[in-house]
Write a protein of this length. Structure first.
Length: 169
């Protein structure tokens, strides 16, 4: 399923309640936590807890379970936010740009933007030389790019994959 399709998925049929939030918070902290442990920690029996988790997966609330890697320990010390503007904007040029961008492993996030920027990319690279080669050999080769502005991250203050579930009830 494409990212565009995922973005327009329907909300779950049943509204998310406080027990659901507790389950999801625990799963965001550790996707490997056993259902029995979740049920015990939120004072629920294991079968209904399992059914809720299973329904979250069916509804797409839980998209996938992954391992989060430490990029610094793997030698990927540079994070760059690149703003991209295109020369021409129409369905064909947008689709072509997006098709090319999703193929680059260095691009870990890509967003369309409002205002003065067409796209914002989060790019992870080994170092500044790796980033320069990525721009020269990949980004600069994409047709229709008018300008690329690179913003190099100096210090990571906060990075999380956990959504603010408590604020949603």
């Amino acid at each position: 399923m494409s990212n565009k399709t995922e973005a327009v998925r329907q909300k779950p049929e049943k509204p998310i309640d406080k027990k659901d939030v507790e389950i999801l918070k625990l799963l965001q902290e550790d996707a490997n936590i056993a259902t029995a442990d979740i049920a015990e920690r939120i004072n629920m029996s294991q079968s209904p807890c399992w059914r809720r988790i299973n329904q979250f997966e069916k509804d797409g609330v839980i998209k996938q379970k992954v391992c989060l890697l430490d990029r610094n320990k793997l030698g990927m010390e540079l994070v760059v936010f690149a703003s991209i503007n295109l020369n021409t904007i129409n369905r064909k040029t947008l689709e072509e740009f997006e098709k090319r961008i999703v193929a680059f492993p260095e691009v870990v996030e890509c967003y369309t933007m409002t205002g003065m920027i067409d796209y914002m990319l989060k790019i992870v690279a080994k170092d500044i030389q790796h980033y320069e080669q990525f721009v020269r050999n990949n980004l600069a080769e994409i047709p229709n790019i008018r300008e690329i502005h690179s913003h190099v991250s100096v210090t990571e203050i906060k990075m999380t994959t956990q959504l603010p579930l408590d604020t949603q009830l």
